[in-house]
Design a protein around this ligand. Structure first.
Ligand code: ARG
Ligand code: ZN
Length: 484
């Protein structure tokens, strides 16, 4: 029933040609293998191969019709199907070739480098992907306009299901196209696309990067709400607010609003207090890796579990999960330019510095504490909320494999985990009535950190000033000598 064998070429001569079995009626109840192969293929596609696919699926015409993605969505299991419905899930346990994973076939992120290249026109692969992404964006926007309210009606004081966050990302990057772009980062275990937003004021200035991710833990809903708030605040104010304008002169912001998309959706559909990802283990008998125990730093040594039933399950190996692979490979490729790594959680009202895997302190620990304490003071000024500042091992608990520690050990100087409100009254289920105040105060804290980072690298006290004061001293010395 409706299986077509089609042949495609990967772009840039890479990979040669390849046959794909596309099952046109591949729906959720159908074979995961075929579905996810198709998903991978779409993720790797550029315009040329999309056109070939298009032809192979028997759709006439030489350019992609406006309904292209809708047709794909209706008949198959492409990664963008998650915009409208859950992606395909497998009918039963299944082993991959390595025999490691039970359940659904995991996405192979070895293709991530290629995908990232596609978002960057200078790599030469970019244009086609950008065009097909743009096509996809138009589709979703059309739907959004006809079915839903636009960006102006988007509420930043509500929690949003994932489909709305996907749509928000598209809308915000259309509305503020001059400063924000949406980039493909990788696929989740359940083959949903991960996107980050890049906020960048065009200029010839070489920029440094601020990274912020939210929602690595599924149930911590206030974190994705904050990422969206942060993006909104920057975009609404960058033209008039001199503080934000200044930051954007030398800094680009990379914001990943929901890192653990599969888990986040699961907290909406099934279990509000789910924490981990949704990868399948032990022949489908238990699910989920704690993505914040899965990074490649002192992996699974302390504060993490090797039992997949546990909520701190560290995965089957360092960076075993597609989500952590996707984040790690982007950070690694940009590490020399990232000056600050921020990862947003709840709850506990803490600003955590490295490390969690040891009580030892990082080389710039004093500076991290000082910057963190100043941020906590700025935060308290808004609504009187108290935060504590310290290393994770000192003031929360021991954890190995966290992204914060990994980022610091990659050489990123400023690396923090924020544990947002509250202190346990509502815990992970923070009422929507507290979103606004939480975001306002957290914004004050983050801006304080960013001011300090900015000052360190570009402030009057940094290298430029040192050089000019040296010049003044030399000048004085010479004029003094000339008197002798
Ligand atoms: N977000 C935290 C984590 O990464 C959980 C903090 C909640 N527990 C607490 N005692 N505050 O594990
Ligand atoms: Zn957390």
């Amino acid at each position: 029933m409706g299986i077509r064998k089609i042949s495609t070429r990967l772009p840039n001569g890479g990979g040669g040609s390849r046959d794909w079995n596309i099952r046109q009626d591949c729906r959720r109840e159908d074979s995961k293998e075929l579905c996810s192969e198709f998903a991978i293929h779409i993720a790797n596609s550029v315009q040329g191969t999309l056109l070939e696919l298009h032809g192979a699926l028997g759709l006439s015409g030489t350019r992609l019709p406006s309904g292209f993605f809708k047709e794909i969505r209706a008949d198959t299991c492409d990664p963008f199907s998650s915009l409208l419905s859950a992606p395909c899930s497998c009918p039963g346990p299944m082993q991959d070739s390595a025999g490691i994973f039970g359940g659904c076939r995991p996405f192979d992120n070895s293709a991530v480098a290629l995908q990232q290249g596609m978002t960057e026109p200078r790599h030469g692969l970019g244009a086609g992907w950008e065009r097909s992404l743009a096509q996809h964006r138009r589709e979703v926007v059309e739907e959004t306009v006809s079915q839903r309210r636009g960006l102006d009606a988007y509420s930043y004081t509500r929690y949003h299901p994932m489909e709305e966050i996907y749509q928000w990302m598209i809308q915000i990057s259309e509305k503020y196209a001059e400063v924000v772009t949406q980039h493909f980062l990788g696929m989740t275990y359940e083959t949903r696309p991960m996107y980050y937003l890049k906020i960048s004021q065009p200029s010839n200035n070489p920029k440094k990067i601020i990274w912020m991710d939210c929602g690595i833990h599924a149930r911590e809903w206030i974190a994705p709400a904050f990422c969206q708030w942060f993006v909104k605040e920057i975009l609404q104010n960058y033209k008039d607010d001199s503080r934000i304008k200044k930051l954007l002169r030398n800094l680009d912001f990379y914001v990943l609003p929901v890192l653990n998309i599969d888990g986040y959706i699961y907290t909406w559909t099934t279990d509000r207090l789910w924490r981990k990802s949704r990868s399948s283990h032990n022949n489908g008998t238990c699910f989920g890796t704690d993505l914040n125990r899965n990074f490649n730093v002192s992996w699974c040594s302390i504060g993490a579990s090797r039992n997949c039933q546990d909520i701190t399950f560290c995965g089957t190996g360092p960076v075993s999960e597609p989500e952590t692979k996707a984040v790690s490979s982007l950070i690694e490729s940009k590490k020399d330019n990232i000056v600050c790594f921020l990862t947003m959680h709840s709850f506990g009202q803490l600003i955590l510095t490295p490390y969690g895997y040891t009580k030892n302190k990082s080389s710039n620990h004093e500076e991290l504490i000082q910057v963190g304490q100043k941020a906590a003071n700025a935060l308290k000024e808004k609504h009187g909320t108290n935060y504590r500042v310290g290393s994770s091992a000192d003031i929360l608990y021991a954890t190995s494999g966290s992204s914060r520690d990994w980022a610091r050990d990659m050489g990123i100087p400023f690396s923090y985990t924020f544990e947002l409100r509250d202190n346990g009254t509502y815990g992970f289920v923070l009422p929507e009535a507290q979103i606004q105040a939480t975001c306002e105060e957290s914004m004050a804290a983050i801006l304080s950190v960013l001011d300090d980072v900015y000052e360190k690298y570009w402030g009057v006290d940094s290298a430029g000033k040192a050089a000019s004061s040296a010049a003044v001293v030399l000048g004085l010395l010479f004029s003094f000598m000339s008197l002798l």
